[in-house]
Design a protein. Structure first.
Length: 89
């Protein structure tokens, strides 16, 4: 579990941190956490900025699908929000 958390800022193209892992070097669980983290962080209020909204968050992951974020994970996330009417509480 600690490895999943450690890797959740890694990106598919190797531009993430802390170890610049890419593609198959990153655990699937970390790839899922990465997308979930980006969506939640962008869509939610932060003390330093207002919430940016779910649509902007979904546009971010869709725009960077296969580049920063795993294709299958992004597709699953988009399906949940756009087809299954999932929403953050």
């Amino acid at each position: 579990m600690a490895d999943f958390v450690l890797q959740h800022h890694e990106r598919m193209n190797g531009s993430g941190y802390p170890r610049n892992l890419k593609g198959d070097e990153i655990f699937l669980e970390a790839l899922i956490m990465a997308v979930a983290d980006v969506v939640e962080a962008m869509a939610s209020y932060r003390p330093y900025r207002p919430a940016l909204g779910i649509e902007l968050a979904l546009e971010e992951i869709e725009k960077n699908k296969g580049i920063l974020y795993d294709d299958a994970v992004v597709n699953a996330c988009l399906k949940l929000f756009r087809e299954k009417s999932y929403h953050l509480k």
